[in-house]
Design a protein around this ligand. Structure first.
Ligand code: ADP
Length: 690
C-alpha cells in the first residue's frame, strides 16, 4: 500500500473516499504488478540456470582440456619410448659379432623390456639370422607367415633411416589373443652388409610398459585404429561416471593408430568446484529471497484486500446509519462527520471538519454556554456515557433537539486522540411526544365530557329526592297552614316544616355542586366526617319514606368509630339510594319490614383503615339474572325507576377508594355494603397515597 493510501485510511475524516479510490487504483495496478513479478522471477531463474550451465561447462572444458593435454603428452612419450627402443635394438645388433652373442644379449633385452614379445635379426633379404622370444610368455610367438607387412616396414626403415612399423595383427594367445606390431630397424655395421633388427610389440605391453603410470591412473587408455576398432586397452571404464574422451593420432611410419583416453568424473557432479558451489549458494539464496518476497507480497495483497473489504463495509455501514457520528480531537475540533450528521445539521463535511472556534451548528446565543459546558465536561474526564440532550441549529436557521452520546476515541496504539460522539435527532421523538400529549388531553376532555353527560343524568336522578322531600314538606306546611285557619295548629310545626324545606333546598344545591365538581375535576373536596353524622343526615328522609311504607328503620352505628375521609353529600346520596331501594324492595312484601343501617370498623393494623356501611332490608332479594346487571346504568325493574341509583353509588364509592357489593340477607332480603377509608391527618395523606 502506498503511503498516501495508508495516510488516507488512517485519517478518520473525509479522506475515506480518497482511501477507497487509492485502493481501487492499486487493484487496477495488480495485473501490471503480477507481470513485473513474473518477469523478475523468470529473469532471475534464467540468470541462475545460465550461471550454473556456464559454470558446469567451464568445468567440463577444464577437464577435457587437461585430458587432451595428457593425451598429447602421452603420444609424445610413446614416440620417445619407441625411438629409444629402436636405438637399443640398433645398438644390440650393431655390436653383435655373432648370432649367439646377439641372441644372448637379446635375451637380456627381452627381460628388461616386457613390451617386446620377440626379437629377430634378419639379413638384408630378411632371412632370419637370430631370434629370441620373451621369457614372460608361455606361448612363444612364431614369426609371421606373411612377410609382406614386414617387408614394407623394413623398406620404410631403410628409406627413412629410422624405425619402420607394420600394421598390427591379431595373434590368438592363451585364450584371448593379442595385437602384435612389428618394428623394423636398419642396422648398417661399419664393415658389413646392412641387416635388420625386428621387435614384435604386444600393443597391450606398449600401453602397460611404455606409457607412464600417471596417465593410466586417472583414465582408461586405449590404442585404436583410425576407424575406431580397439586394439588394446588399459584400465576399465567406471560405472556411473561421466566420461570425457580425447583422441590423438599416433602417426608411426607404416602404421597409424589413435591413442584414446577416456577420463571420468565421479557422479554426482554437483559441487565440482568453488565457482559452481558459489553460484549454487547464490542461486539458492536468491530464490529463497524471491520466495520470501513473493510470500510477503501475497500477504500484503491479502491484507490490502481485507482492508478494502473492511473499508467498503464500514463505509456502507456509516452511510446507512441514521445516527449522526461526529469525531472531535482533544481540542474539540471536528475531525470526522458521517453523512447522517451532515444531513442532520445541513452542513457539508468540509464546512465542519477542522473548523476553528464554535461549530457552526451551535445556536449563536447558546455558543458561550455550550463552550463552557464542553470544557467542563472534558475537564471532568469526558462526557457522561448516558448522553446529554442539547439543541443544534441547522444551516437554514431551524433548530433541532439532539441527544449526544460520546465515548473516547482510542487509536490503534492505545492513545487517546479525542472523542467519538453519536448524535440522535430528537425532533421526531419530540413531535410524537407532543402528539401523544395532545391526544391524551383530547382524550381527557372527552372523558370529562362523557362524565359530565353521565353526571347530568345522575343529577336529574339525585335531585328527585330533595325535590320530592321539598314537595312533601311544602304540602305538609300548606296543610298545617290550612289547619291553622281552622284553628288549633301551632305555627311551630309550620316553622319546622319550612326549615326542612330550606334544608332540602340547600341539599339539592350541594348535590348540584358536588356533581359539578365531580364532572370538572373528577374528584370532589374531601372532609373528615363522622359515620354517625352521615347516617343522621339521611335519617329523617329515610324515616319519612319508611313511615309511608309501614316499615321500621334501625340504626346500628357504634360510638367511637373513626371519621371517614369523604365528600359527605355524595356519600349521603349513596346511603339514601340504598335505603330507598331497600324500602322499595320491601313494599310489596307482607310480614316484618325492617331496614337496618349499620356502620363498623374493618381492616387490619396497617396504615389503611376502613369503615364499612351496610343497608340491609327484608325484601324479596335479588334474582340471579338481575344481580348480573345490577350496576349497569339505566337497568331497572321498576316502572318509574331510572336505573341509575346503583351505578352512581358504585362510582361514588370507588372514587373514594372503597368498594360496593351486595349479599343476601337472612332470612330474606338483601344487604348492600360499601367501604370508606378512615380519614388520616393531612401530613400523612401523601405517604398513604404513595
Ligand atoms: P332504580 O331504583 O331506579 O330502579 P337502581 O339502580 O337503584 O335503579 O336499581 C336497579 C334495580 O336493582 C332495581 O330496579 C331493582 O330491581 C334492583 N334492586 C336494587 N336494590 C334492591 C334491593 N334492596 N332489593 C331488591 N332489588 C333491588
Amino acid at each position: 500500500m502506498t503511503p498516501e493510501a495508508a495516510a488516507a485510511l488512517r485519517a478518520p475524516d473525509h479522506g475515506w473516499r480518497a482511501g477507497v479510490r487509492e485502493l481501487a487504483r492499486l487493484w487496477r495496478q495488480d495485473g501490471r504488478r503480477w507481470l513485473l513479478w513474473s518477469l523478475l522471477v523468470v529473469l532471475v531463474a534464467v540468470l541462475l540456470v545460465t550461471l550454473v550451465v556456464l559454470a558446469r561447462r567451464f568445468e567440463m572444458e577444464q577437464v577435457q582440456r587437461a585430458l587432451e593435454r595428457d593425451n598429447a603428452d602421452a603420444v609424445v612419450d610413446l614416440r620417445h619410448a619407441l625411438s629409444a627402443d629402436a636405438q637399443r635394438l640398433r645398438q644390440l645388433t650393431a655390436a653383435a659379432p655373432s648370432t649367439d652373442l646377439w641372441e644372448m644379449k637379446a635375451q637380456d633385452l627381452l627381460v628388461a623390456h616386457p613390451a617386446w614379445l620377440r626379437l629377430e635379426w634378419r639379413d638384408a633379404a630378411l632371412h632370419l639370422k637370430g631370434e629370441r622370444t620373451s621369457p614372460f610368455t608361455s606361448q612363444p610367438l612364431a614369426p609371421p607367415v606373411d612377410q609382406t607387412p614386414l617387408l614394407a616396414a623394413c623398406a620404410d626403415a631403410r628409406r627413412l633411416g629410422a624405425a619402420g612399423f607394420a600394421p598390427s595383427r591379431f595373434v590368438p594367445r592363451e585364450g584371448l589373443g593379442v595385437e602384435v606390431m612389428p618394428m623394423c630397424v636398419l642396422v648398417v655395421p661399419g664393415n658389413g652388409a646392412p641387416t635388420y633388427a625386428i621387435a614384435y610389440y604386444a600393443l597391450d605391453g606398449v600401453l602397460n610398459h611404455l606409457l607412464g603410470e600417471p596417465y593410466k591412473r586417472r583414465q582408461t587408455v586405449s590404442l585404436t585404429e583410425p576407424d575406431g576398432t580397439r586394439l588394446a586397452v588399459h584400465g576399465s571404464p567406471r560405472r556411473g561416471a561421466r566420461i570425457f574422451t580425447s583422441q590423438q593420432m599416433l602417426d608411426l611410419p607404416g602404421n597409424t593408430m589413435v591413442l584414446r583416453m577416456d577420463g571420468w568424473r565421479a557422479a554426482p557432479d554437483l559441487f565440482p568446484n568453488v565457482l559452481t558451489a558459489l553460484v549454487t549458494v547464490l542461486a539458492v539464496a536468491l530464490i529463497t529471497v524471491l520466495v520470501m518476497l513473493a510470500r510477503d507480497f501475497r500477504r500484503r495483497q491479502q491484507a490490502e484486500g481485507e482492508l478494502a473489504d473492511a473499508l467498503a463495509f464500514r463505509k456502507a455501514m456509516e452511510d446507512s446509519l441514521v445516527t449522526g457520528l461526529r469525531a472531535r480531537d482533544l481540542q474539540g475540533r471536528i475531525s470526522y462527520v458521517n453523512p447522517a450528521f451532515c444531513a442532520m445539521v445541513g452542513y457539508d463535511a468540509p464546512e465542519l471538519i477542522g473548523h476553528d472556534g464554535p461549530p457552526p451548528y451551535w445556536p449563536p446565543e447558546l455558543a458561550d454556554s455550550y463552550g463552557r459546558r464542553t470544557a467542563a465536561r472534558l475537564a471532568a474526564g469526558g462526557p457522561p456515557r448516558q448522553g446529554v440532550e442539547s439543541e443544534f441549529q441547522r444551516k437554514d436557521g431551524s433548530r433541532l433537539p439532539v441527544l449526544i452520546i460520546e465515548a473516547p476515541l482510542i487509536t490503534a496504539t492505545g492513545k487517546h486522540s479525542g472523542w467519538m460522539g453519536a448524535v440522535i435527532d430528537l425532533s421526531e421523538q419530540r413531535r410524537i411526544e407532543e402528539q401523544q400529549r395532545a391526544a391524551q388531553e383530547r382524550l381527557q376532555a372527552t372523558a370529562r365530557l362523557a362524565a359530565v353527560g353521565e353526571m347530568a343524568s345522575l343529577l336529574s336522578h339525585e335531585l328527585n329526592q330533595p325535590l320530592a322531600a321539598i314537595s312533601s314538606y311544602a304540602n305538609g306546611s300548606l296543610n298545617l297552614l290550612h289547619g291553622q285557619e281552622e284553628g288549633g295548629v301551632s305555627l311551630q310545626d309550620v316553622r319546622v316544616a319550612l326549615g326542612r324545606i330550606a334544608d332540602q333546598a340547600g341539599r339539592a344545591g350541594r348535590v348540584i355542586n358536588s356533581v359539578h365538581e365531580l364532572a370538572r375535576r373528577g374528584a370532589t373536596a374531601r372532609a373528615a366526617v363522622a359515620p354517625q353524622a352521615l347516617v343522621e343526615a339521611v335519617l329523617p328522609l329515610v324515616q319519612l319514606q319508611a313511615r309511608k311504607l309501614g316499615a321500621s328503620v334501625v340504626v346500628q352505628v357504634p360510638a367511637g368509630l373513626p371519621d371517614v375521609g369523604c365528600e359527605p353529600t355524595m356519600v349521603e346520596q349513596v346511603l339514601l339510594n340504598l335505603a330507598r331501594n331497600g324500602l322499595q324492595a320491601m313494599a310489596g312484601r307482607r310480614g316484618e319490614r325492617l331496614l337496618t343501617i349499620a356502620a363498623e370498623r374493618v381492616g387490619g393494623e396497617g396504615p389503611r383503615q376502613w369503615v364499612a356501611f351496610s343497608v340491609a332490608d327484608t325484601g324479596e332479594g335479588i334474582a340471579p339474572e338481575v344481580a348480573d346487571q345490577l350496576f349497569t346504568p339505566f337497568f331497572t325493574t321498576k316502572a318509574e325507576g331510572m336505573g341509575l341509583g346503583l351505578s352512581l353509588c358504585r362510582t361514588v364509592v370507588e372514587q373514594h377508594g372503597g368498594a360496593l357489593d351486595h349479599a343476601p340477607n337472612t332470612p330474606h332480603g338483601t344487604v348492600f355494603r360499601f367501604t370508606l377509608p378512615v380519614a388520616v391527618p393531612a401530613r400523612n395523606i401523601d405517604e398513604i397515597a404513595v
